[in-house]
Design a binder for this molecule. Structure first.
Ligand code: AVJ
Length: 322
């Protein structure tokens, strides 16, 4: 079966610096300033994120991996034999390997990622590990509609894999839209295996996003460095600091960059005046309850069939029927 979804092809997606500049100017021009979190992941940002995943305070990565180790056979059972798997995100992870290993005769694996470098490294690794699986990397921004390749005829169903609680970066409204679009890429009878982070003690959350070593601070501040380098800007990195705040009303951790004094910054020839204490929000990371996530999925037409969690209920992986 062909999955014809949209006009967008991967070659059109290449993030031009023009788009980056427009997004930055737009975000900084708002009264509550924001920058799109996807720009955190340049080469250095991706490395810093990998370092975050190793931190004691940052529980999501290892907790999700442990949930997979514990329950991947049940997950594979849900997905069923001879499946095609579409993964949203880099697909370089141990989690994906565990899943493909556990599946009964998977036919195709289609990683979708915005980073060409990550994508091809992951695809190469997966081809070596799984020579019998067709590996078809797609370079695309999965927040757009993605045109998937024609899956090999043998694939009986297509299921999506969306690990890492990336879904938490989206507002619930955006998340519902994204889940709906992901569901469209799956055959009837397919499903979505997705990892999301759970609500918990605020101290655990704030420590996870503001670690003692300052790795997350470097990750956040790296965005200003990137803007300086790529968009001819003059942010003074000494005059901004990283903050992680739990927003109880919206159940999300927010990463901010706070201006330490009144100052003005030039970006691409435009001036922006900051007051002391004013912040730029660089990321939202939404935290859910199982019931809340199940309701969100239902609003996108997906039914929660089963979920797995860790003993401390820090994180959850759910299988949603399309
Ligand atoms: C990659 C979006 C899952 O929200 O936990 C980690 C990103 N930001 N520390 C998250 C992140 C700061 C991460 N996600």
């Amino acid at each position: 079966d062909a999955c014809t979804l949209s006009e967008t092809t991967s070659s059109e997606i290449t993030e031009t610096s023009q788009q980056f500049l427009e997004d930055v100017i737009r975000g900084l021009s708002q009264s509550l300033r924001t920058l799109p979190c996807k720009y955190l992941y340049d080469h250095r940002g991706s490395h810093l994120f990998d370092a975050i995943c190793e931190l004691d305070e940052y529980y999501p990565t290892r907790t999700e991996l442990n949930i997979m180790r514990e329950s991947v056979d049940e997950m594979a059972e849900r997905i069923g034999p001879e499946a095609g798997i579409v993964e949203y995100g880099s697909g370089s992870s141990l989690k994906t390997e565990l899943l493909l290993e556990a599946l009964d005769s998977p036919v195709a694996y289609v990683p979708v990622d915005i980073s060409d470098q990550h994508l091809h490294a992951a695809a190469e690794r997966m081809s070596e590990l799984f020579p019998d699986v067709d590996i078809i990397p797609i370079h695309a921004d999965f927040t757009d509609r993605v045109k998937l390749p024609e899956f090999p005829r043998r694939s009986r169903r297509i299921s999506a894999y969306f690990p890492g609680s990336t879904i938490g970066n989206f507002t619930p409204e955006e998340a519902a839209g994204l889940l709906g679009r992901i569901a469209e890429t799956c055959h009837r009878g397919g499903g979505l295996l997705i990892g999301f982070d759970l609500q918990k003690d605020v101290r655990i959350l704030e420590a996870a996003y503001d670690d003692a070593e300052g790795v997350t601070a470097r990750f956040n501040l790296n965005l200003l460095e990137r803007i300086n380098r790529e968009l001819d800007a003059d942010f003074n990195l000494e005059q901004f600091r990283h903050r992680a705040i739990y927003n109880r009303e919206h159940n999300r951790v927010e990463m901010h960059l706070e201006s330490l004094k009144a100052q003005s910054v030039t970006v691409g020839g435009r001036e922006f005046a900051f007051e002391a204490g004013e912040t730029i929000c660089t990321e939202h990371s939404h935290k859910y309850t199982i019931d809340g996530f199940s309701a969100l999925a239902a609003s996108a037409g997906l039914q929660l069939a089963q979920y797995w969690t860790d003993p401390q209920q820090l994180f959850a992986v759910a299988y949603l029927d399309v």
